[in-house]
Design a protein around this ligand. Sequence first.
Ligand SMILES: [Zn+2]
Length: 116
Amino acid sequence: MGRLTCKLDSSHTFHPKTNPPEVEGKCNHDSGELYVRKDDDPKVVERRLNEYNAALPVVDFYAKQGRLLTVNGVAGIPDISTVLAYQVGFVLAEVERLHGRDPALIMDKMVQFYKS
Ligand SMILES: [Zn+2]
């Protein structure tokens, strides 16, 4: 928490204690103004942690039923998107199967949608 982000390039980040900029409030690379992103604000982090903890019983509920799908959020966006698309496809295929329809049809549609 407390990370400083450059307004000109968000990949330029600093920290007041562990990686301070050479000039306070200015980016070392391009002199862009540094600011604390809203999601780096300790109050925002605390609120999100509270919301996360409040949701844990719901996660446990579905996990115990074997109906919880998880995604590795540390992977890159293309990998995460692919995993999400397939998981949604599998859920939709299960819905099709429960309604007595051919689940392969929805998977074909998902693959076509994802390729477009
Ligand atoms: Zn910068």
